[in-house]
Design a protein around this ligand. Structure first.
Ligand code: NAG
Ligand code: NAG
Ligand code: NAG
Ligand code: NAG
Ligand code: NAG
Ligand code: NAG
Ligand code: NAG
Length: 890
């Protein structure tokens, strides 16, 4: 492993932190400005950095900044030697083509992008001649979203070195008036207080942050490499309680609707909590802690339900109960004791949650379903599409489903689609020390429903963004933009209709019509707000569609992205550099996909609760002085508090290809790195689920056999004939090969695409549909099934397709007359009794058997059905050691 384990002092910790930042000795940042202009919640930020190559030779100079995830980059340019190099937004395919061509010409063309919690990285570099300058200029745009009663503009400042001319300027203009403005974030500390000025004059506000070089070296989170931190501008606007704020200009309008003096609606809320094995440890602790806080927050007229699920589901109470103090106390005891083990049965959890809410209709209330999970469905119905369609059917647009994906092992796209299909949103909960706060924070956003069934109506409006919203929560905001037909303000009549406390309410303008904006809104600004919203919503819509409809929406999104020059998930920016026409392509990273990154997993056994620091390095010497490598510069370091004795892993979005771990340090030396990149191939165990039918109509049994393995399908203790099947070793399907041994030197092998007959030395292959007859054996083949008859027996081998992968499934249609036949295909139906009270116990042949509710595909039909079943261990289901059915050779 080669990792030195060094006891760590605080000093070393500080040093390693400082060392983690690239050293930019070779160039000199003359000027670094961040200029943000916010008009009507739409923020346009320009970052400008002027850098001089102070060396006597040409040098590669890097521009590396972070921008909010929600933003779209709309412009990037470099000024070098009087020349302007503009980034061009192209379709992803065009950009990729240019990129590929560059690579094939041997040029290094980097795709630079990665995602963090709220920010994503933009990184590029350019070679600049000795003593020459380059100016980088990046523009990005975002519509600030109101949550918990405020807008937040996050600005990340990390120029990589102290800069003499460093400025952050923020200007906010809100026509309705700014109710308050605050400056927060890691850079807003006492030490920097006199570098920040804040001016607030009714409709306008200015924030200036001009730290001196000394400030930049000495503040918290600052060092020799200068500043590294955030400035967060927090504000809200004044508002009336009616229709809200409508701006019009150039034939476009933007409507901000956020009434707050309405009575809150009592809510019916069901929490679906994943308690599968992967939640074990910190995640389940944080979930419990968040739940306890949330329970404290419920109002007495709220009703709630708690469902925990692993392979099966368990309810705290079968029905929703009122949030009385006794019930809450009882629920807290339940919440404190949520264990973690087993699989992930999302399907049953969502269905049961929906059922509970549906069974509790209450006029004038708002129902909410919240699912928290950290993994993919692995138990019960596991097909994402079936789960989604089940969820859609059960919820039927009656209430929103919010999905919280805990960590990076979740198929976020699946959660996103499921929530969007049910009027909700999906949110990632980052595995970190504040995960409980993230969970509570999400709950708070939906804690106070004020309106349901909100319909925004615009007479004389066209090309509208989304106008129907299932619920409106206090502290949030509904924004709709659109065009005004023929730019005729006179005939433009906005109106909002919604349900509040069981009655229909209408918000309309008391004035005869909307006033045209007299004050200056920068030209084209509302149009850009419209385009921004439209693109965001189309990207969400696209997720839900398929086929030609999806393509249509994609095309529309693409056209808008190109027209407004937004770098979206469908477009890329191509940056052509001066030397050798070098090209770089910038993609917007997509939330949801597991980051194209690196995992480092490890385990440590001492040093409880202390901070550790992990340093990763590139093999490539990066810092050279007088021809000597003085130091292998760490590329990343991270403070971590890994749980004791548990596997722990960190994900990095970007690391050099050839990195290695140079140091893993803890306060105690006994920490052990178990694995490093690439993580050990954790190919999930291949399980093949078998159904065991029952005599009467009771639920069948099912059991899992973990492949690869060769099973005895059918054999007679008294005869030569035996049939074996080889379980697929690549997918969780069925068999890849089935062999029928007729005599000692005569056997027939069936595969999905062909039949092979081997008699002595003679081998014949058949891929056609002919009938193959060999003595008492007849084989008849089609693309979907193969009939094998031997004397009186008929074995039909069905060919199934799952995820584009074919496999075989044998079904014994006509049993051999000799009744002594045995094997997996010749299992007799079982009888069992349900043990009283205990739902998870069956009695099979006088033996108590532990089971869980699950499901399995019945592959004995050519169109497999999914059936519910009792999942038991294979030994219990087969009533003998399942290895008895294994054989070494096909
Ligand atoms: C910030 O940018 C805006 C728009 O480009 C410009 O009008 C304004 O003067 C700039 N502010 C500063 C302080 O540079
Ligand atoms: C909504 O939030 C505002 C503050 O943002 C608060 O004054 C008001 O009481 C809240 N309304 C309800 C019904 O909780
Ligand atoms: C709506 O937008 C499309 C595309 O931008 C445009 O072609 C069309 O003219 C617009 N409709 C109206 C009524 O303005
Ligand atoms: C929006 O809601 C209204 C009334 O509830 C309904 O008539 C209309 O079809 C809905 N529109 C969309 C796009 O769902
Ligand atoms: C760069 O591109 C231009 C135009 O495509 C071409 O004329 C020139 O030769 C290229 N330069 C190099 C160094 O490839
Ligand atoms: C099925 O049959 C067995 C015995 O024949 C009986 O004990 C059992 O209760 C039956 N189950 C159901 C669900 O009818
Ligand atoms: C297999 O046998 C069944 C009757 O049991 C018949 O319907 C089917 O067509 C046969 N398949 C082939 C490929 O011959």
């Amino acid at each position: 492993m080669g990792s030195a384990l060094v006891p760590l002092t605080l000093l070393v910790l500080l040093l390693t932190l400082a060392a983690s930042q690239p050293n930019k000795d070779d160039w000199d940042i003359r000027h670094f400005h961040i200029n943000s202009t916010v008009t009507s919640r739409y923020a346009t930020t320009i970052i400008t950095s002027r850098v001089t190559n102070s060396m006597d030779e040409s040098k590669e100079i890097e521009f590396h900044v972070q921008i909010p995830k929600n933003a779209f980059i709309s412009r990037f340019r470099m000024f070098i030697d009087g020349q302007v190099y503009d980034g061009v937004v192209k379709t992803k395919e065009q950009a990729q083509q240019q990129y590929t061509q560059a690579v094939s010409r041997g040029q290094s063309a980097g795709i630079v992008s990665s995602v963090g919690r709220t920010m994503e990285e933009f990184k590029t570099s350019v070679t600049v001649a000795a003593h020459k300058k380059v100016t980088f200029e990046l523009t990005y745009e975002e519509l600030l979203k109101r949550t918990l009663g405020k807008y937040e503009l996050q600005i990340h400042a990390r120029p990589m070195q102290p800069v003499a001319d460093f400025k952050v300027d923020v200007y906010i203009y809100e026509k309705a008036g700014i109710s308050y403005i605050d400056v927060k974030g890691g850079l807003s500390t006492k030490a920097l207080a006199n570098a920040i000025t804040k001016t607030h004059a009714d409709k306008q506000a200015w924030v200036h942050f001009y730290p001196t070089v000394d400030h930049q070296k000495t503040c918290d989170s600052c060092g020799e490499q200068g500043m590294n931190g955030d400035l967060v501008i927090v504000y809200d606007v004044k508002r009336d309680d009616g229709l809200g704020d409508i701006k019009t200009s150039d034939g476009y309008f933007v409507h901000h609707f956020a009434p707050s003096s309405l009575t809150r609606l009592p809510k019916n809320i069901v929490f679906l909590i994943d308690q599968s094995g992967s939640m074990l440890g910190k995640k389940i602790q944080q979930t419990r802690s968040a739940l306890l806080h949330i329970l404290n927050d419920l109002a007495e007229d709220d009703f709630f339900g708690l469902i925990t699920f692993d392979s099966s589901i368990s309810q705290w109470k079968r029905e929703l109960v009122q949030a009385t103090s006794e019930n809450l106390e009882e629920a807290k005891v339940f919440a404190r004791n949520i264990p973690a083990s087993g699989g992930t049965n999302i399907n049953d959890a969502v269905l049961e949650g929906a059922h509970m809410l549906n069974a509790h209709p209450r006029e004038g209330s708002a129902s909410i379903l919240i699912l928290l999970t950290d993994g993919d469905p692995t138990s019960g119905v596991t097909n994402p599409e079936i789960i989604q369609s089940n969820a859609r059917r059960a919820i039927a647009e009656k209430f929103p489903l919010y999905c919280l994906g805990f960590g990076f092992d979740v198929k976020f796209e699946f959660l996103e689609k499921m929530s969007l299909e049910n009027n909700g949103v999906a949110r990632r909960i980052y595995e970190d020390s504040d995960a409980d706060l993230q969970l509570q924070g999400f709950y708070e956003e939906v804690a106070t429903p004020l309106l349901t069934d909100v319909t925004m109506i615009y007479l004389g409006g066209t090309n509208l963004t989304k106008t129907n919203f299932s619920q409106y929560y206090n502290g949030s905001e509904i924004v709709v933009a659109g065009q005004i037909t023929d730019n005729n303000i006179e005939t433009f009549v906005p109106e909002v209709v919604a349900i509040s406390s069981n009655r229909k309410v209408t918000f309309s303008n008391t004035k005869p019509s909307v006033e045209p904006s007299t004050e200056t809104v920068a030209e084209g600004l509302l149009q850009r707000v419209w385009a921004y919203l439209k693109v965001k919503q189309l990207l969400e819509k696209e997720v839900l569609l398929s086929g030609p409809e999806k393509e249509k929406v994609k095309k529309e999104t693409l056209e808008l992205s190109l027209k407004y020059s937004f770098v979206t998930p469908l477009t890329s920016m191509v940056v052509t550099k001066p030397q050798e026409n070098k090209t770089e392509v910038l993609h917007k990273p997509k939330e949801g996909k597991r980051q194209r990154g690196y995992d480092i997993s490890f385990k440590h056994s001492h040093g409880r609760g202390r901070h550790h620091s992990l340093l990763l390095n590139s093999n490539r010497p990066v810092l050279q002085k007088n021809g000597h490598v003085t130091r292998n510069r760490p590329v990343k370091s991270k403070h971590i508090s890994p749980p004791l004795n548990e596997d722990y892993s960190l994900s990095y979005a970007s690391l050099p290809r050839d990195f290695k771990i140079i140091r893993y340090e803890s306060l105690r030396p006994s920490t052990r790195l178990l694995a490093k990149h690439p993580p050990p191939a954790t190919s999930a165990p291949l399980t093949h689920r078998f159904l065991l039918k029952t005599e009467n109509l009771s639920l069948p049994l099912c059991f899992d056999i973990t492949g690869p393995a060769i099973l005895k399908l059918l054999y007679y203790p008294t005869r030569v004939l035996h049939i074996n099947g080889e379980l697929d070793s690549e997918t969780n399907g069925g068999f890849t090969k089935i062999a029928i041994h007729v005599t000692a030197d005569h056997h027939i092998e069936v595969e999905t695409e062909m039949v092979t007959v081997q008699k002595g030395q003679a081998v014949t292959r058949y891929a056609g549909q002919e009938i193959i007859s060999y003595g008492s054996v007849n084989v008849q083949r089609s693309n979907r099934e193969i009939n094998v008859t031997v004397d009186d027996m008929l074995l039909r081998i069905l060919v199934h397709v799952k995820n584009g992968h074919k496999f075989l499934w044998p079904v014994l249609v006509r049993w051999p007359l000799v009744s002594s036949a045995e094997g997996i295909s010749a299992l007799k139906p079982v009888d069992y009794e349900e043990a009283h009270q205990q739902q998870t116990k069956l009695i099979i042949n006088h033996k108590n058997v532990h089971v869980t509710r699950s499901s399995a595909h019945d592959y004995s039909f050519s169109s497999p059905l999914e059936l519910n079943c009792w999942l038991s261990s294979p030994d219990d289901a087969l009533q003998r050691p399942h290895q008895d059915f294994f054989t070494a050779q096909i």
